[in-house]
Design a protein. Sequence first.
Length: 248
Amino acid sequence: MASVARAVINATAPIVRVERLIRRFDGTTILHGVDLQIVRGEFVALLGKSGSGKSTILRALAGIDEGVDGSGRITVPPRRSVLFQDSRLLPWKSVLDNVTLGLDGPGAKAQALKALGEVELKHRTDVWPKTLSGGEQQRVALARSLVRNPELILADEPFSALDALTRIRMQRLLLDLCRRHQPSVLFVTHDVEEALRLADRIVIITNGVVSYDGNVMDARDSPGCFDHLRNEILEHLGVNQNPTNERH
Ligand SMILES: Nc1ncnc2c1ncn2[C@@H]1O[C@H](COP(=O)(O)OP(=O)(O)OP(=O)(O)O)[C@@H](O)[C@H]1O
């Protein structure tokens, strides 16, 4: 009984806590006091108009915004990985060496090969990144992330540069990997449908604060609910819905 109780407590304990996050650039306050919590294994999509501060939040959580003017309290797990719009692979290293980069120990190569197998790239381990397609490069970036066994994945529009079909494939792959590895994810996107397909929860930033925070897990499986929620979120983002212009 005791172990069951502990598992329940752990599942609902926030692994990420952001409290009153304030960020300013050149005297302009972009984030006015963002509060956000993410529990273990939760997939949160972060939406907001262009320039609303989504990447600024992500960089703060990744710890890559040193010297930026602001304040706030951030608690994040130690094992984090960041996925960007471009894969950021080192062009002078092979695919395998990119994945093992910075890993120590005799098991590093085996772990990297396992991760490359999970993203279906085991047959391309010795090639240079430039010989891979954009989608394949992002799969290597996913493998590089997985091999570090992250408790938190911070993703900044990782699929936005990909064509529509590759993008859908990558979304499915990411969901599959998340099901197997159970990291918490903060996923920045402009695409409301992508957010609804992937996330358990959607958070919207408006005028420097969280203006919407809703669980969307149940809506995903019901077509009526999906459309309703999609319209609600688009409206919240200030996108006017004009049914006469919609194509079916
Ligand atoms: N290092 C910086 N120096 C100056 N201004 C910055 C810096 N980083 C971000 N900003 C400004 O802060 C605002 C928020 O930027 P941020 O990239 O976080 O927005 P975003 O919501 O991710 O935008 P987008 O959706 O267009 O990518 C923008 O006006 C941007 O110009």
